[in-house]
Design a protein around this ligand. Structure first.
Ligand code: GAL
Length: 666
């Protein structure tokens, strides 16, 4: 497939030997007495573990007081693991600063929007922009890199941990200083900033960059462009920190690849990972299942997006859970089959490593009820048997390692900036959920058995003959031009409510909505018609819309009305339209139909593009198909057995939550 920027995932683990799927976990031996370490290595071997992420939260142990280092224990662990044939993805250990540092320098602690300090006592209590934090953290990284540069167990560097998980938005004075530097670089002059921020409104005009603050708690709605710029800046500040650790590591160990674990999952949105991916040698992701009706599909969606952030190349699943987590209101154990199905769904979408948080379940601390590969119950447990079985299965699947994702016929466009801006305050509704809308389309495509890629907006959109751009809200002129060219070249584009509304400065495109796409879609909207929570509308197709409606006038030639509102304020007006443009088309869905409604609508949309399911009819909806080169994954989405008929190379029964991999040439 075409690689969007040719820069992602330059390298994989530094190790000799045949390609394989890696298997392992975060390993925290410093929580356990020495004698447990030997047991650990033996049990890891029994489970088929090949790699561990080590020392992620060990700063206080590695540097017990300023400038004093204690590496003896880590030397021993590294040697033990190596002797046991287990590789190490060594953390830089900077994720959680030690008490001596915050005592001496409380000015590294993050500050919330409300002005409250985030005190030590948990983790990640550091300001991304703090020069003092950076100096101390890089000091530790330098010592670690120098000491372990030539250690034979070291296969990769794991920078920090989940950068931005708890500290992405810091409103401190350090952040204010760095924000101003970032704004100067973006705008050059204060006049340009005033234009972009629309500061003629509410007497916000700035005379000098020094007057600018982060969008701290204010009397009313903070300036929207200031808010979006602060989001961009906050993602960039963490990226800048990642680059600082990376550059230091590259200087000392140029041959050791570098990664950091992303959190492409659920509503975690602060870090624009599509923009970060090219800074590291290979992409890693952490994913935890969020309970709910689309839990399984959300996992698949996240894995799919991660694979496309990685440019289609293999990536590293750094963390997920063997069973329950500890941080949800109710933490439910996985059902039989879920452990393997979840892991293999990640593999299906390009993961070449399956790792967990964590190896041995902690007996103390906030995560003691979080599942692990080796649970409190010990090796004589269902979880451990499942873990060992999965290790054996991954060994059998070694042939999959290194294969790239095969481009799907349909692309779903994913845009961090539209996510950020479409959900800001002072909008027609505060109920809109960007990622949920994208997920609903994904589920609908699974329901009709059509493969889709979730692709970052900067990715190779032209590779898809059918493109869905849900709530593509922020549309700079260049993106509008690109999508116009896509349709003119025969592409089929579908977009939805609240798309094409603003430019990169969050300024409305004028002349009627959706300004950036009005001509392309051949429609014009004078006013939005958001719905109250208890309201819904019915379409002539029988579909039910919630959240949003639009007052649409058809203005262009060649526009077909695919569905009309039957009820509500827009009754008799178009609800879903399609404008044909040569061999291409541009469609618009003006209300929230949800996964079910979109499933019913999809055949009408996909038809003219000639996109059909690659699955036999009896499997559509029940089985998810993904393809990595010569390997086809068939994933049972249901809790029922599915009889496999009509698929080359596959037969028999796919167990509830089961996964079958068909290798074409092997
Ligand atoms: C991740 C984190 C791990 C662990 C895990 C629990 O966010 O990186 O250290 O806390 O969650 O689910």
């Amino acid at each position: 497939m075409t690689i969007s920027n040719g820069k992602t995932h330059r390298r994989w683990l530094r190790r000799a030997g045949a390609a394989r799927l890696e298997y392992g976990a975060d390993y925290n031996p410093d929580q356990w007495p020495r004698e447990v370490w030997d047991e650990d290595v033996a049990a890891m071997q029994a489970a088929g573990v090949t790699v561990v992420s080590l020392a992620i939260f060990s700063w206080a142990r590695l540097e017990p007081s300023e400038g004093t280092y204690d590496f003896a224990w880590l030397d021993e662990v590294m040697d033990l693991l190596h002797a046991g044939g287990i590789s190490v993805d060594l953390a830089t250990a900077t994720a959680s600063p030690p008490p001596w540092l915050t005592r001496k320098h409380p000015e590294i602690l993050p500050v919330t929007r409300e002005g409250e300090i985030l005190w030590p006592g948990a983790r990640q209590h550091w300001r991304p922009t703090s020069p003092i934090f950076r100096e101390h953290a890089l000091g530790l990284v330098r010592e670690l890199a120098t000491r372990y540069a030539d250690h034979p167990a070291l296969v990769a560097w794991h920078v920090s941990n989940e950068l931005g998980c708890h500290n992405v938005y810091d409103y401190s004075d350090d952040a204010a200083v760095a924000f101003r530097v970032w704004l100067r670089a973006r705008y050059g002059t204060i006049e340009a900033l005033n234009d972009a921020w629309g500061t003629a409104f509410w007497s916000q005009r700035y005379a000098d960059f020094e007057e600018i603050l982060p969008p701290r708690l204010a009397a009313s709605h903070p300036n929207p462009t200031q808010q979006v710029d602060f989001k961009r800046f906050s993602s960039d500040a963490l990226k800048d920190y990642l680059i600082a650790e990376r550059d230091l590591l590259r200087g000392i160990t140029p041959e050791v690849p570098i990664t950091t674990n992303f959190m492409v999952m659920g509503e975690t949105r602060g870090m624009n990972y599509a923009d970060w991916a090219s800074e590291i040698d290979f992409v890693s992701n952490d994913h935890y299942v969020l309970p709910g009706p689309q839990a399984r599909d959300e996992l698949s969606f996240s894995a799919n997006l991660t694979g496309n952030i990685a440019g289609g190349r293999p990536w590293f699943l750094m963390e997920h859970s063997t069973s329950a987590v500890n941080w949800q209101p109710v933490n439910v154990a996985k059902k039989p089959g879920e452990l393997a199905r979840d892991s293999l769904t990640h593999v299906a979408h390009g993961a070449d490593a399956v790792c967990f948080f964590q190896w041995r379940q902690s007996k103390a601390g906030a995560e003691k009820y979080h599942s692990a590969m080796l649970p409190h119950a010990g090796t004589d447990s269902e979880v451990f048997r499942g873990v060992a079985a999965l290790g054996a299965r991954l060994k059998e699947l070694a042939v999959v390692a290194g294969s790239e994702r095969t481009t799907a016929p349909v692309g779903i466009v994913f845009d961090w900036e539209s996510w950020w801006v479409s959900e800001q305050d002072s909008h027609p509704t505060d109920r809109l959920r960007y990622r949920q809308e994208a997920l609903d389309w994904y589920t609908a495509l699974l329901n009709v058995g059509v493969r889709a890629d979730v692709v970052p907006v900067g990715g190779p959109l032209e590779n898809y003959r059918f493109l869905i751009a849900p709530v593509l809200h922020v549309v700079p002129a260049a993106l509008a031009d690109r999508l116009r060219a896509y349709v003119a070249d025969g592409g089929h584009l579908v977009t939805t409510y609240f798309s094409g509304i603003v430019d990169e400065n969050d300024h409305a495109w004028l002349g009627g909505y959706p300004g950036a796409f009005r001509d392309l879609l051949g429609i014009r909207i004078e006013e939005f018609g958001p719905l109250l929570d208890h309201e819904s509308v019915t379409l002539d197709s029988g579909a039910v819309g919630t959240l949003w409606t639009d007052r649409i006038d058809v203005t262009g030639d060649g526009v077909e009305v695919l569905a009309t509102y039957k009820t509500g304020d827009q009754a008799d007006r178009p609800a879903v339209t399609r404008r044909s443009d040569g061999t291409g088309s541009a469609s618009y869905v003006s209300t929230r139909l949800g996964a079910e409604g979109l499933t019913a609508l999809l055949p009408a949309l996909l038809g003219p593009a000639g996109v059909v399911s690659e699955l036999p009819e009896q499997l559509r909806g029940r089985v998810e198909l993904t393809i990595r080169g010569e390997h086809r994954f068939l994933i049972n989405r249901t809790d029922e057995p599915v009889e496999l008929t009509g698929v080359d190379g596959a037969s028999g029964i796919l167990e509830p939550r089961g996964v079958l991999v068909v290798h074409e040439k092997h």
